[in-house]
Design a protein around this ligand. Structure first.
Ligand code: NAD
Length: 261
């Protein structure tokens, strides 16, 4: 018997387009949305890794398609959206997940690190939304989810460019929700806390910390641990489905209480 919550979370016949879907939170979200019936279009820069995720989804009985696309470039975003529409005929869910992080203060941050950070998280979300929205507006429905961070809400040490990008996404979410709500489009963002993905060991290394001491830093938080990519993906699923049918313009913090204090 199908329960009401299974029905609400059913994404059969829907298409999700996920940027940076070959690793971490993007990969976990692609797998979870596909498990709930969505056909999943994934973008990323690494073809081998991306195809591997698509294969993994297909081997589990789902439908997935990987496209090499760098979110920093308008022509590549436009091509990814066009290819998704051509293949699946619609984009119901856009998850602007791609992001990069360089732990730097403003004086230490090079201009290229600043540009990479802002262009990947903020401009990438703008470009992918810009090209996806017309078909959503035409259909009168759609869901856009940006990937912000706890550091989009509060500041963090050696994270000025990252906080600027992620903070920008929180307010852009609200502006887009106002603009597109009347056409049936919901726009939200998630704000994960530290999550076990390839991004964190990279950060630990760049800060000169061992993985063990990095993890110890999470032990005084309310839930005493970092999150898993699957736990963040469940928030993406919630915002993707009718379980959140009256939720728009919000920044959903998923961080085990990390910024609650
Ligand atoms: N891991 C965390 O602790 C954490 C916390 C808060 C927010 N986030 C955010 O979650 C999102 C996913 O990060 P993750 O932790 O899974 O890290 P990750 O490094 O595992 O994944 C990031 C993905 O984005 C892709 N990507 C990077 N630049 C790209 C570009 N220009 N074009 C297309 N794809 C690109 C990468 O190839 C990778 O697949 C990011 O936006 C990140 O800022 C992560």
């Amino acid at each position: 018997m199908t329960t009401t919550s299974q029905r609400v979370e059913d994404l059969t016949g829907k298409t999700a387009l996920i940027t940076g879907g070959s690793a971490g939170i993007g990969r976990a979200s692609a797998i979870l949305l596909a498990r709930h019936g969505a056909q999943v279009a994934i973008t990323g820069r690494n073809e081998e890794r991306g195809r591997k995720v698509a294969r993994e989804i297909e081997e589990a009985g789902g439908e997935a398609h990987f496209m090499v696309s760098d979110v920093r470039f308008a022509d590549q975003c436009q091509r990814a959206v066009g290819e998704t529409l051509e293949r699946y005929g619609r984009i119901d869910i856009l998850f602007n997940n791609a992001g990069v992080y360089y732990p730097n203060t403003v004086p230490d941050c090079s201009e290229s690190e600043w540009d990479l950070t802002i262009d990947t998280s903020l401009k990438g979300a703008f470009l992918m939304s810009k090209y996806s929205l017309p078909s959503m507006i035409e259909r009168g429905s759609g869901v856009i989810i940006h990937c912000s961070s706890g550091w989009g809400i509060q500041g963090g040490e050696r994270a000025a460019a990252y906080c600027a990008a992620k903070g920008g996404l929180v307010v852009m979410t609200k502006a887009m929700a106002i603009d597109h709500g009347p056409r049936g489009i919901r726009v939200n963002c998630i704000c994960p806390g530290d999550t076990d993905t390839p991004m964190l060991p990279d950060d630990a290394k760049q800060r000169g910390l061992s993985w063990e001491s990095y993890l110890e830093g999470a032990s005084d938080r309310p839930m005493g641990r970092i999150g898993s990519a699957e736990e963040i993906a469940r928030a993406v699923l919630f915002l993707s489905t009718d379980a959140s049918s009256f939720v728009t313009g919000t920044a959903l913090v998923v961080d085990g209480g990390g910024i609650a204090g």
